[in-house]
Write a protein that binds this ligand. Sequence first.
Ligand code: LMR
Length: 392
Amino acid sequence: MLKDLTPQPADKIMALMALYKADPREDKVDLGVGVYKDPTGATPVMRAVKAAEMRLVETQATKSYQGLLGDLGFVDAMRALVLGDAVPAERTVGAQCPGGTGAIRQLLELVRMARPGARVWYSEPTWPNHPAMVKHLGMNAATYRYFDDATGGVDFDGMMEDLKGIGPDDVVIVHGCCHNPTGANLDAAQWQALTDLFVASGAVPFIDFAYQGFGDGLDADAAGVRGLAARVPQMLMAASCSKNFGLYRDRVGLALVLAEDAATAELTKGAISKLNRVNFSFPPDHGAKVVEIILNDPDLRADWQAELEEMRLRMLDLRKSLAEALRKATNADTFDFVAEHRGMFSRLGLPPEQVRKLREETGIYLVGDSRFNVAGLPADRLDELAAAIAKG
Ligand code: LMR
């Protein structure tokens, strides 16, 4: 039977990780997968995470099952972190899921369950797993323009033009902040206009919220999404704790649904519980419990926020320094957008051939569409990097 399988194309980010690992060069530079790195190149366990884990080991009395929706203390704490008090709690349903990816997958299945013919929109470009999952689930897919290659900013006119015909059978995936892969983000007025479109059309916003705290700060990054949530009758949201809590391998995510009323929320709760049951039964507990401990303990929370802010400011500094180095190396302002972008990534707009050359000739690993991980930039080699990019 297994002989009937056909070879599957590799996810381009995963394939790049494997290439990097196999490269013996000592001076290679990993700007590929979205994992935070400190100045030594390490991806540390955050201080508050370590402390909460120790507390958990000391106090946890059982490893027996949680409910199908996971740890509800985690769900409540996370709902407050992402949405603040934008919506009444009784209109929401949250389910702990294995990572942000697990949350996206469960929410897509929820859409398919509710409306099998629904059309799922995502930005062009987007994180490659969005189209991969939508297609894997056999759902209708559509794309909207997002990035303006000429300016390095959002092509908002193109985006609104492409979305102008959406209606109640459409679900639109929007990056809540820190767009992956481009780094170009909607401003307040654009969020407002997009919110108006969702309200007028009845289409369902689906927020992928994987980088809260990596852009302009925890609350600033959530401002657009909270404004949207306050006005729309329905919204889907997948939040990840991989990046802002550094819990990558522990797989901590939240699927959050905003329903139009409490009765629909209750119906949705049953549907997500069923989906969790048939896909993995109980979500993994450890990392979610750690997040709950941190968010509910004022000292741990303050320390977590302080460390997250250090990470954010370091990425911002690296952005500015790289933009300056590129300005010097190219004698032009072409790459100034790198300093304006926010989050973990920017897309440089280099042709695939140059990305290949950078990898093979200089050991600099960018994703094929020329996305780079800001946190991976070596602060002491930016001029060298800028020169290699300028060389073409
Ligand atoms: C990325 O975009 O690099 C990260 O979100 C990791 C992943 O799963 O692709």
